[in-house]
Design a protein around this ligand. Sequence first.
Ligand code: HEM
Length: 297
Amino acid sequence: MSTPQSGLFALGTASHAYLEFDARRPEAPVELVGAVAALREPRTTIGGVNLVVGFRPELWRELVPEEAPREVEGFNRDIVGPDGYTMPATQHDAVLWISGSAYDVVFDMAREAIGALEAAASVAEESSSWPYRHDRDLTGFIDGSENPSLIEAPEFAVIPDGIPGAGGTILLLQKWSHDADAWEALPVARQEQVIGRTKDESVELDDKPAESHVARTDQDEFGKIFRRNMPYGTVTEHGTMFVGFSAQQRPLTAMLENMAGLTDGIRDELTVYTTALTGAYYFVPSTQDLRRWGAME
Ligand code: HEM
């Protein structure tokens, strides 16, 4: 049986860092994959951190064709809606998602990892995340209400045994900047129409508009995904790190296309108040596939 990287499902961690890297020699994927696979989280029980690693799908496929999910691609082209609304493609070669109980342990591990990867890769993008009012994103709404539970999540997020990439998952990582002033100028009843749920209790609206966010990303239509979104940023520049996992790439791309209005011309109204700054897909291999490439412990 293939085992997914355990940090995927480690809920409740208060501090996160997302580091995206560019390979110094992308034509030699073994250097980057070997260096990333050799990283180890500190083995302490109390201040411990979770480490999840992923690779640009094409880079992984070049190195491990037999254990790469078929037809998975990087975020190689901008998504442009009919009105010109654009979600940019900012693909990099590898990602580290480090999470823990407090920022000090995340910070130390992130610095150590950057040092260990120095010869193979350079940091291209960095964000730190922290929880806002327990389980809300920076719109003030509860985020994750329609997530599958931890018991169900592997069924939707992890590639099943018997197919290439088993135990792995496909990550969509997208950094969304919020226009907090414009959002907060809306009365709560309007904000609820934009999201499609109530703000206090996250109850889905019976008559949610077609342009509401939950109508555009309806999992009954596209299939279930597993989201680990977090707020990111500083007081003056902040938003949502969208961190979504799926056993197949299609639900993720279909949701993005539908949010941009590519299917029926209706654009997700949340995108009036939020702007995608980055967009990348990573293949997050099983622990067994990863260990094949790392130095033995
Ligand atoms: C600024 C960025 C985003 C914010 C602030 C945001 C926030 C939210 C909120 C508040 C909900 C309702 C509660 C819940 O079920 O979690 C929600 C639902 C959802 N969002 Fe997002 N989201 C963002 C981007 C995205 C993106 C880029 C995707 C897909 C690629 C996505 C997929 C979903 C899905 C699948 C649901 C549940 C829909 C259903 O009811 O079946 N979200 N989001």
